[in-house]
Design a protein around this ligand. Structure first.
Ligand SMILES: *Cc1c(COP(=O)(O)O)cnc(C)c1O
Length: 589
């Protein structure tokens, strides 16, 4: 009998570490097939000449069956990620609601590109987006969004919208400069805000057709940028993207794909705890203003990919709202909550104390962002490929080639196709998310209970391993459920600690018992690395810090019996490795 609410959730809503739910899962899946076949048979019963099952070519069928077995067998060489022994990456067991919801939708294969191609799937998507919106702190009646193939595309969706919004404002600025002869303040124009935009629009009696001739997004960007340069009286170098040094690789891709160049992605410095440094954000905005380069979007991260840290999102909003209020500078605020967004499910419930007060305040502030990325295929326990992109309201969601100021566009009909980067889109991820929301739920009594337990598990792991192997140095603080550590003796040089940590990772990698991952924090983390070294008087003779990274998202860790069994095994593995690798040094000490 599970003895905690989190363990009860793990044993009810997942297949079971030892397949305890096998019989029930089989019957639900067969039930789904029954339902699907019954539905098909009920339609057009008089159409088509029926062929008997025996008429199928037996050889072809035998061949298909054999190849299917071959495929199934080949797939067993995948790393088993359903077991809590797997703490390698942001991947774990998928939940039963997600699996059932995914399969149910797949049998009908709707295409969420439009309501016509997805009569039910698109409604499910709208409802699932509303569930995510309320969890994230948006008003579900106002928020808009859609499912994507993942966080990468969701982040691109944000840049796409931020770019169009900025393009409207800057085009109008260029129009005013060219028609009045007044010099163009690029930075001020590009962040003018909709109120100022509408004021100028009315004042100049503008029309869409006119403004299109001033748009880099609609016209020839090189030509428009050159005109912006002439109007401003200096070369226009284009906008910059601001994201913390912890950013996911997708932001570099975005800078590339949107034609900004990687040099336009400016890294916000990290503080000594590895989180976005507000003063540096402010410094970069001032730097962008000094260079006459607009800020396309300022990104903060809820749950970084390497260490699951949560940026001070509340303070970011405070600062950027001050820029709006005091300087009239409106900067698009995006939160990359691909990993950590589901931790919002913990808020407001009995388990909120599993998070630090700073993390809780940061997560609560997500609802103030213009847009958010969240990945149900990470902490939502939904199968790939399932990300989601949400905006606070309809105006922020609209993508407009040029229909200032974001008027309704009836020509788009009921479809989403014009406002999604992707064309054809599955409904399966939305259905998986929907069924999870309708059963387990995205609140503190449901998913939140389980996720709070993953955070506690990460903490318990640190305690257990630190007690057993003093040379293990955990990277602190840990905001969520990803734990990183290095191996180092008191006073050891970083280069030597790095080599030993890398060797431990190789040993873990070579073993069948355990999967972890490896990461190297680079120069951008200098202050955090210094802090880490200071904890054991380490000597800094290298820039990067090599770490073993452990992701504690597996639901079965919620069962204390699994921790009792596996923590000592993992600690023992590390201890044996440390002892085997350095017998002489140990003897000498
Ligand atoms: C995983 C992740 C992404 C990218 O998401 P994909 O689903 O892999 O495309 C973006 N940002 C963060 C913070 C992530 O953790």
């Amino acid at each position: 009998m599970p003895d905690s609410p989190a363990a009860a959730i793990a044993s009810t809503y997942f297949p079971g570490a030892r397949c305890e739910n096998e019989r029930w899962v089989r019957s639900e899946m067969l039930g789904l097939l029954d339902h699907w076949f019954d539905w098909r048979k009920s339609l057009f019963p008089d159409d088509f000449a029926a062929t008997s099952e025996a008429a199928a070519a037996p050889e072809a069928r035998a061949d298909l069956s054999a190849r299917l077995q071959e495929l199934a067998q080949a797939l067993t060489a995948e790393t088993p990620t359903h077991t809590p022994r797997y703490i390698g990456h942001m991947k774990a067991e998928i939940s039963l609601p997600a699996l059932f919801g995914w399969l149910a939708a797949m049998l009908h294969n709707p295409n969420n590109t439009s309501q016509e191609a997805s009569r039910v799937g698109s409604v499910i998507e709208t409802e699932a987006v509303a569930m995510l919106a309320s969890m994230l702190g948006y008003d579900p009646a106002e928020a808009q969004g859609h499912f994507t193939s993942g966080g990468t595309v969701a982040n691109f969706e944000a840049v796409w919208r931020a770019r169009y919004r900025m393009d409207h404002w800057l085009s109008l600025g260029l129009y005013v400069a060219e028609t009045t002869g007044e010099p163009l303040d690029v930075f001020a124009a590009a962040h003018m805000g909709w109120d100022r935009f509408r004021e100028l629009w009315d004042q100049h009696g503008l029309t869409d057709a006119t403004l299109r001739r001033y748009s880099a997004a609609v016209g020839n960007p090189a030509a428009v940028w050159a005109r912006i340069g002439r109007a401003a009286g200096r070369d226009y170098l284009g906008p910059v993207l601001l994201a913390p040094g912890t950013k996911h690789y997708s932001w570099l891709k975005a800078a590339n794909v949107f034609g900004l160049g990687e040099g336009s992605l400016w890294s916000i410095a990290l503080d000594a705890e590895g989180r976005l440094d507000i003063e540096d954000l402010d410094r970069l905005i001032r730097e962008a203003r000094a260079q006459g380069r607009p800020v396309l979007t300022a990104v903060s991260v809820a749950g970084t990919t390497e260490t699951s840290e949560i940026d001070p999102i509340d303070a970011v909003h405070d600062r950027l709202e001050a820029w709006e209020r005091d300087e009239g500078v409106h900067i698009w605020r995006h939160v990359d909550a691909a990993y950590g967004g589901f931790l919002c499910a913990v808020l407001g419930g009995p388990d909120e104390a599993a998070l630090s007060p700073a993390s809780a305040a940061a997560l609560r502030a997500i609802g103030r962002a213009d847009s958010v990325t969240i990945d149900p295929h990470k902490l939502g326990y939904v199968p790939y490929a399932c990300g989601a992109f949400l905006t606070r309201d309809r105006a922020r969601y609209a993508v407009s080639a040029f229909d200032a100021p974001y008027l309704d566009r009836p020509e788009l009909g009921d479809g989403k196709w014009a406002s999604t980067l992707e064309g054809s889109r599955t409904a399966a991820g939305a259905a998986a998310t929907w069924l999870t929301g309708r059963t387990l739920g995205f609140g503190p009594e449901g998913l939140g209970t389980l996720l709070a337990e993953t955070v506690r598990t990460a903490r318990a792991f640190r305690g257990a391993v630190a007690a057993a192997v003093p040379e293990v140095r955990f990277l602190e603080p840990v905001d969520a459920n990803i734990v990183c550590f290095s191996l180092a003796r008191e006073g050891e040089a970083l280069s030597s600690a790095n080599a030993r940590t890398a060797a431990l990772f190789d040993a873990i990698h070579a073993s069948a018992e355990l999967s972890a991952s490896r990461t190297t924090l680079g120069a951008g983390y200098a202050r955090l690395i210094d802090r880490h070294l200071a904890s054991y008087d380490g000597v800094k003779d290298a820039d990067g810090l090599v770490l073993v990274r452990c992701v504690f998202m597996n639901p079965y860790w919620a069962d204390p019996a699994n921790r009792g069994l596996l923590f000592p095994q993992i600690a023992g593995f590390i201890r044996r490795h440390v002892e085997a690798a350095a017998p002489a040094l140990r003897g000498a000490a």
